[in-house]
Design a protein around this ligand. Structure first.
Ligand SMILES: Nc1ncnc2c1ncn2[C@@H]1O[C@H](COP(=O)(O)OP(=O)(O)OP(=O)(O)O)[C@@H](O)[C@H]1O
Length: 600
């Protein structure tokens, strides 16, 4: 073992002893300077960012990264992974003598899955580099103006944050993009980058940058750095694909946050399709990596996780009632609601922004008031780039607001003070559940999450249990009982069903009348209905067994979009699915009847 390696391991041991002293589950009991960071950078962390001490993941990762090792970090959401990789990179760069210059091009590359995360990391970089003006931060990402990006790359960007598609585009087409000095490649939210289908782009990027550890022979046009390469991979959840990326990009990595988990030998080559590389005994030893499928996901300990069981036809009234209840109970708070499709976000956003209290409920007041009286924002991939950017920035600053979003906001985004996450449409993969709820309860703060499930979807709880995620039931009737009807108090018997609750019936009727009277809303509702059904059929693997469209009553699904009647499902595939569902239902009915006949 060389001296550098030994020192790193000793430092890690020391850090762990310091960190896990029982004082806090989030912060370490050491200082940033004791980790080896330069005093100016420590000042910067304290003065510009307000960070007095490192988090545990930072205390573990920073010395290892400073020592030049490749690293795989698996730590819970909101534990400070961004600083864990940015601080040591900046520390190294600011020490170069002579000082690095813009004209030397890019030294560090941070790859992220979404534009919002790209902006977020870039903004943190700007703050951190305030006193290091010679280290230039920059970003390239989908949706931005290519020629402006080219111009910025030509001038030189020392630390570049990028989404994979756009980066590859510049690597191939921007000849002035200088990366001969590249030393670090960092994959933030590594698993998501791969889930989004960027696997091929990533392999191509690694090849073009000459950074594939033992992949196919490096391409002739690949430019290798004069520096020793150091690659870092980070995520709160890992999967099989990350295993592969780790194998082709990390060399003898130090794993952080994977203690006690089962190590998995390198899988057979054919498993990864396009990738072929030689396996010898040494590399076999080097490339041992976690098998996350066997492990529990890490969730913030203080997060309170609940589920609510709601029949399909009552979903919308329950969502509106819960939101109203939560904001009235605590006026100043932020909530994020996750939906499965862009159309669903559009519909609910328009509805929440326009729906008024029904006129007959408060006849004494002349002006009808908004049903939900808090600022509402929407975020999804079909929005204009500029609108996405504005929403992201504004919601960040708001003290009290609601964000309706697709999974575009599920990863890495750090919206301060989000108090509650509602998963109105279930997330699918358990890892996605973990990231969605990870937008709250960040850095030891309080946080609640609520998962909507239909009675036919309850098995999903078992799927989450397999990953160590367990939820308790939310008591909904109390919330519904708290709404008055025309000034009368309704005395509800405890056993009344949700669908028959007077408040549910009343609100559903009001919503349906509202949608019926507004052609624009009706169109949005229909579109949302169709894409929701399509998304429901797209669940993969094990989850297909739980989320079966044929178990749904499409009339009730329509009700959840405040539609009185079920719209025709446009598109051939949908028509075929409906026919199949009806056929299946008929057959099920027949066999049930047969069974009954046999019994009696
Ligand atoms: N040492 C620190 N002291 C105080 N706050 C910190 C410290 N480090 C990071 N933070 C803050 O903690 C929050 C979470 O950090 P960050 O977004 O890096 O978490 P993460 O682990 O990357 O989360 P995710 O897995 O969701 O991407 C941010 O608001 C960040 O500013």
């Amino acid at each position: 073992m060389d001296r550098r390696k030994r020192t790193t391991e000793e430092e890690m041991k020391k850090t762990k002893q310091n960190s896990y002293n029982g004082e806090s589950e989030i912060f370490a009991s050491c200082s940033f300077s004791s980790l080896g960071l330069h005093p100016t950078l420590c000042d910067q962390l304290r003065e510009r960012m307000g960070f007095e001490v490192p988090t545990i993941v930072q205390a573990e990762a920073i010395p290892v990264i400073l020592a030049g090792r490749h690293v795989l970090v698996n730590a819970a959401t909101g534990t400070g992974k961004t600083i864990a990789y940015l601080a040591p990179v900046i520390n190294h760069l600011h020490k170069y003598d002579p000082r690095i210059e813009r004209s030397a091009g890019t030294f560090a590359l941070v790859l992220v899955p979404t534009r919002e995360l790209c902006m977020q990391v870039y903004e943190i970089l700007q703050k951190l580099l305030h006193r290091f003006h010679w280290i230039v931060p920059g970003y390239v990402m989908g949706g931005e103006n290519r020629s402006k990006e080219k111009a910025r790359l030509r001038k030189g960007i020392s630390i570049l944050v990028a989404t994979p598609g756009r980066l590859l585009d510049h690597l191939k087409n921007t000849s002035s993009f200088l990366h001969t000095n590249l030393r670090w490649i960092i994959f933030d939210e590594a698993d998501r980058i791969l889930e989004l289908g960027f696997g091929k782009e990533i392999e191509e990027i690694l090849d073009l940058l000459g950074s594939r550890t033992n992949g196919p022979t490096i391409r002739e046009d690949a430019v290798t750095s004069e520096f020793q390469r150091q690659n870092l991979l980070l995520s709160a959840t890992l999967n099989e694909k990350v295993n592969h990326l780790a194998q082709i990009s990390l060399e003898n990595p130090v794993t952080i946050g994977l203690d006690g988990k089962k190590m998995q030998p390198k899988p057979p080559l054919e498993h990864f399709g396009s990738v072929e590389f030689d396996v010898d005994e040494d590399s076999e030893k080097l490339h041992k990596i976690i098998s996350p499928s066997n492990g529990d996901y890490k969730l913030p300990a203080q997060l309170v996780q609940r589920y609510v069981k709601v029949p399909c036809g009552s979903r919308l009234v329950v969502l509106l009632s819960i939101l109203k209840h939560l904001f009235e109970r605590e006026a100043s708070q932020k909530i994020v609601v996750f939906f499965s499709t862009c159309d669903a976000v559009d519909f609910h956003y328009s509805l929440f922004s326009a729906f008024l209290w029904p006129a007959n409920l408060h006849p004494e007041t002349e002006d009808r008031q908004m049903f939900l009286r808090f600022k509402t924002f929407q975020l999804h991939g079909n929005m204009k780039h500029e609108d996405r950017r504005t929403t992201f920035q504004t919601f960040k600053k708001e003290k009290s607001a609601l964000l309706l979003s697709t999974d575009v906001a599920a990863r890495g985004l750090d919206f301060p003070k989000v108090r509650c996450i509602i998963q109105y449409d279930s997330p699918g993969e358990a890892s996605e559940y973990v990231h969605r709820v990870g937008r709250t309860a960040r850095l030891g703060e309080r946080g609640d999450s609520l998962l909507f499930l239909q009675p036919v979807e309850m098995d999903y709880l078992q799927d989450l249990e397999k990953h160590g995620v367990s939820l308790t039931e939310y008591s909904l009737l109390k919330v519904l009982d708290s709404f008055p009807l025309s000034g009368q108090k309704h005395h509800i018997k405890k056993f009344i069903s949700l669908e028959m609750h007077p408040w549910s019936l009343y609100l559903q009727k009001a919503l349906e009348s509202f949608i019926f009277a507004e052609p624009k809303m009706k169109k949005l509702a229909k579109d949302a209905f169709c894409s929701w059904v399509r998304a429901y059929t797209a669940h993969r693997g094990e989850l297909k067994r739980i989320f079966q469209v044929k178990k749904l009553h499409l009339g009730h699904v329509a009700k959840s979009f405040a539609l009185k009647d079920q719209p025709s499902l446009v598109g051939k595939s949908m028509q075929m699915q409906t026919k199949k569902r009806k056929r299946d239902q008929k057959q099920q009915g027949l066999s049930k009847r047969k069974k009954l006949a046999r019994k009696t």
